[in-house]
Design a protein around this ligand. Structure first.
Ligand code: AHR
Length: 658
């Protein structure tokens, strides 16, 4: 044995360089530039919006006052009485006799010393920016006395950093406005509404908006949050959810007709996420519907995204009450769907088209899709879905219907629904998967074997749930985003089957969330895109128009050697765009050969996102811990040589035309 040892060592010394060389040999990939496998839907990568995690009230909707119309179950929730330096008075809640906005506030002041009134706590606090104007609006009516004035103040502790005043109230309800300018930027500002003079003033619908809303619209949306969406160039906007569509029970379902028109006609209701969930409770979560269906359509238009409303099919959330409307009483629900199409697309002289025009949009919104039900299951769903389908197709054959395959990506209910929907010749089937990161990597071939002639797929809600921190705190870490990217190459390779896809949920307030992970996080001043956001954006801003084959040894790559790949042609920009995800810790060399029409030599752009720590994540404090970097590469003799970093998402772009 001892004699053999030097011989073996010698042989190893000879073989080792060869082995190392073999390991370092680049993987040969080929992209066939002339073989358009299928088109990519122009709406492929979109957005899923739901008022969960304070996404609308306290988030995208820039209203700063919580419980602005005193309609919460506890009408003073969010409000406090202010009475200092000897001031004396009472705060009452009163009832309007009619309408949906029943409650208002009576401020009764008994002397004229000190400060008397109410303060509002905002949505997990309130923030202002230096130099920015804040418009307070409210309706008021004089109940007793004269010469009353209403002062509003922005406060940093005891220090006033903005103020305004209005007077001249009469015994009729009328709208008033005060504009204040903030002297400093502050998260945690106090907001006081103070009555001056002895007497009684009735006051309601106290609202405050910053002037820097998206597109400068009055009572508009938070600009930084919309900008993050616009930067994604989304293909569609799905709204209003999610479970919120179905409601805890049918009374709590989303009724779009109650969300349009004047604010005082939009009935405030308890948010479906005002429940105990993920060991958290949010008892102050209500829906003001400041973002209602008109605003969703308008936002879709602003973003250049197809609107994709999802409506209740007459079944409340089956995880909650599962309340069912009797088939005989389903007409109201079906009519809601038909009327919605008229609201979006109908002429201005139609009943619902006229309402759209009244709200300032005579042109149609060009609605193309409508969803029937969210995550519903069982024969009770199919029975209802058939009735909706018949009615919608009879009146609007051009509208594409989205049906649901339930809450899970597999299992008995999923198989049952798919079987039934196939029989029904369903057009788009909504699939949801909230699964561990490994599921996403292992399912990159999920759609390779889907029936090419069956219904198309809408991957309507998905997110990799990494539970490495804790069961309930699923962070938007790099492992989750990397795994989603690997999976998304599979969606793109199968773009003939998968026509739409959206990560979910979209937004979360750092101090008001019920569900994580989420794509975009914010507080009252700041916001950032998670690692997952950047992955979504890389795919949606590099969508392309046609799928091209990218193969190793004639086969697609979906996890072999920890690599995942897809490629598209972009007819509009004249580019070939490839996406390669390396989930291994080691760097990988690839040699990509461009087959077909290409001039030979040139340059390309590589957008790379990589991190050696799978636990890495972005945050308000460090919003760019993981973000894409751009570099260039050379194409020589129709070949691209790259070394892909370990744990990286790579998007390469090559201009094909001269
Ligand atoms: O995205 C959060 C929730 O997940 C949605 O409301 C629901 O559709 C799904 O169960």
């Amino acid at each position: 044995m001892n004699k053999l040892k030097p011989l073996m060592l010698g042989m190893m010394a000879l073989l080792l360089p060869l082995l190392i060389q073999a390991q370092n040999e680049p993987l040969l990939l080929e992209v066939d530039l002339d073989d358009k496998v299928s088109d990519v839907s122009p709406n492929m990568w979109g957005l899923f919006f739901e008022d969960i995690n304070f996404a609308a009230d306290g988030g995208l909707y820039a209203e700063m006052i919580k419980n602005y119309s005193f309609e919460f179950e506890n009408p003073m929730m969010g409000w406090r009485r202010v009475e200092d330096n000897g001031a004396k008075g009472y705060v009452f809640n009163r009832n309007h006799p009619s309408g949906v906005n029943h409650k208002y506030l009576r401020l009764q002041r008994l002397n004229n010393t000190g400060n008397f009134g109410v303060s509002n706590e905002g949505f997990r606090g309130m923030a202002v920016k230096e130099g920015l104007k804040y418009t307070v609006t409210f309706i008021a009516k004089l109940a007793k006395g004269d010469n009353l004035a209403l002062n509003t103040k922005l406060l940093d502790g005891g220090e006033e950093i903005g103020e305004g005043s209005v007077s001249g109230f009469t015994s009729e309800w009328a709208e008033y406005e005060i504009v204040m300018t903030a002297d400093k930027t502050l998260d945690g500002v106090g907001f006081h509404v103070l009555l001056e003079g002895e007497g009684e003033l009735d006051i309601d619908m106290i609202s405050m908006f910053p002037e820097d809303t998206w597109m400068g619209r009055k009572r508009g949306l938070r600009k930084d949050l919309v900008q993050l969406l616009a930067d994604m160039e989304p293909g569609f906007l799905r709204f209003p959810g999610g479970c919120i569509v179905e409601g805890f029970d049918l009374e709590n379902r989303y009724e779009w007709k109650k969300t349009i028109g004047e604010m005082e006609d939009r009935e405030v209701i308890k948010n479906r996420w005002n429940i105990e969930f993920a060991h958290r409770t949010t008892p102050d979560y209500y829906q003001s519907f400041g973002i209602g269906f008109f605003e969703y359509f308008q936002l879709s238009e602003d973003l250049g995204a197809e609107p994709l409303p999802i409506l209740s099919c007459g079944l409340a959330c089956q995880f909650n009450t599962g309340e069912q409307v009797a088939i005989g009483a389903l007409d109201e629900y079906v009519n809601d769907a038909l009327d919605l199409i008229e609201f979006a697309n109908g002429p201005v002289d139609s009943k619902w088209g006229a309402k759209r025009a009244e709200m300032g949009h005579p042109e149609p919104f060009d609605l193309k899709f409508i969803g029937v039900g969210n995550e519903n299951w069982g024969p009770q769903y199919i029975e209802r879905a058939k009735i909706f389908e018949k009615a919608i197709k009879a009146a609007y054959p051009e509208i594409t219907i989205v049906s649901t395959s339930g809450p899970f990506p597999d299992g008995h209910e999923f198989d049952y629904l798919w079987g039934e929907l196939r029989e029904m010749d369903a057009e788009l089937v909504d699939e949801h998967y909230y699964r561990p990161p490994s599921w996403f990597r292992e399912n990159a071939r999920r759609y390779d074997d889907y029936d090419r002639n069956g219904p198309k797929v809408f991957a309507g809600e998905y997110a990799a749930h990494s539970t490495t921190v804790s069961e309930s705190w699923k962070r938007n870490n790099w492992e989750a985003a990397l795994s989603e990217a690997a999976f998304m190459t599979g969606l793109e390779r199968n773009a003939d089957v998968v026509r739409l896809a959206s990560y979910a949920p979209l937004f979360a307030h750092v101090n008001g969330w019920q569900w994580n992970p989420d794509l975009i996080w914010f507080d009252n001043l700041r916001s950032y895109g998670t690692t997952n956001y950047h992955v979504q954006k890389l795919f949606s801003t590099n969508r392309g128009t046609d799928v091209l084959p990218i193969t190793a040894d004639g086969k697609s790559l979906a996890g072999e050697d920890n690599l995942y790949a897809s490629a598209v042609l972009d007819e509009d920009s004249g580019e070939m765009i490839f996406k390669i995800v390396n989930t291994s810790t080691a760097a990988k060399k690839v040699s990509i050969k461009l087959d077909g029409k290409y001039r030979g030599n040139g340059e390309g752009v590589l957008i790379e996102m990589a991190h050696e720590d799978l636990e890495a994540f972005n945050s308000l404090e460090n919003p760019v811990a993981v973000e894409p970097q751009e570099k260039s590469f050379i194409i020589s003799k129709k070949t691209i040589e790259l070394e892909l970093k370990g744990q990286s998402v790579n998007v390469g772009k090559v201009k094909l035309s001269k």
